[in-house]
Design a protein around this ligand. Sequence first.
Ligand code: DLL
Length: 437
Amino acid sequence: MIWDAEKETMSREALRTLQFTRLSSTVSNVYHHVPFYRQLFDSHGVQPSDLRSLEDLQKFPFTSKELMRENYPFGLFARPLQEIVRIHASSGTTGKPIAAGYTRNDLATWSDLVARVAVQAGVTDKDVAQICFSYGLFTGGFGLHYGLEKLGVTVVPASAGNTEKQIMLIRDFGVTTLIATPSYALYLGEVAADMGIDPRTLPLRIGMFGSEPWSEQMRAEIEERLNLRATDNYGLTEVMGPGVAGECAARNGLHLSEDHFYVEVINPETGEVLPEGCEGELVITTLTKEGFPVIRYRTKDITVLTRERCVCGRTTARMRRVSGRTDDMLIVNGVNVFPSQIESVLMEMEEVAPHYLIVIDKKKRFLDDLEVHVEMNPERFTGSFRALEAVEEKITAKLASVLAVRARVKLVEPKSLARTAGKAKRIIDKRQQGVRA
Ligand code: DLL
């Protein structure tokens, strides 16, 4: 089933025409209603009349989280507060968050796009969905809630935390769809097992997971443990929240709602727009938002775009699963390392559990020291010290070949690393004294 067949299967030509009309009006709207954009465009020597084709957007300047922070809280809203009916905020770990304002129409569009993503994932109005995202300033809870309700799903707004109760509800209410971060899904399986419940016997059939990067190996692990079909969905507060993109049954990239978002992929170093098929940073321009439109927002998320037709029949562009963020890239003794590379190696090892933490510190004479803490898989552990060492050596060797930099591996006790209901914290960079999501 396709939620909005007319929009999701448009010919590329019709879609581009629609995008251009909407883009022109968005660009003109922000120029005339948001003083910041007028100044930004003027200082780059561009005006709305310079936009004569979709490609002309490349002449316009980028925006970033930093610019949004400078305009905190409402400096980028294009409508008076009286017309804003909801405010969410991004989960900034440092400094001020980014406030996102929604008009009544924005909320209606948001629900519609979340319903689209849910239908893509295979959810129907016969499903019972438990939302384990927190309800509050974070967009995950409310965003998915209203979209799923719009689709006619029976929604269980469990919110985050209280995992034992979550499991009881899944069983008692016959929950078929789990809405969470992928790391919380794994944790849920672990707690169920502790309660003496085989998580494979829970009624779950579909997982809609997002809000943090995860790997194919992690997907396999979740499917095996929870006996459900795990799908990926993507979104961000600055652009809307969940509902920007999601996987269809083919699970070969996430369909982007291009009638509402114009997407580009750029070289993060030069800002140059890259051709389809090249890996780079995703840049998004909203085409229909009223309260908080954004022009050329640099997401810092790394992906690849394709507009090849999907077997599901949708014609919208697809983005490859986000492999990491440009600001998550670790530079360890001059070598670029992505946490996703480490995750992929760990997930392939049967001797360890899918819970890990990357710790970087400055050791001997200013050299960076990369340490990977990973939990032992209790089912695979014989208890012998020699066996433990052998596993550490095996992972160290594999990481060295994949990363081209040496990482020390430390096996830790099962369930000793912190679990969270929100985004998993997997990196501690002591060089900057910071913890990142
Ligand atoms: O995480 C919105 C969301 C809620 C998406 C629930 C999906 C489900 P923020 O808190 O603003 O918004 O964080 C946005 O999270 O720029 C990505 O770096 C990351 N992210 C979100 N979804 C995915 C995903 C919500 N499926 C930031 N894969 C984004 C990888 C993701 N990273």
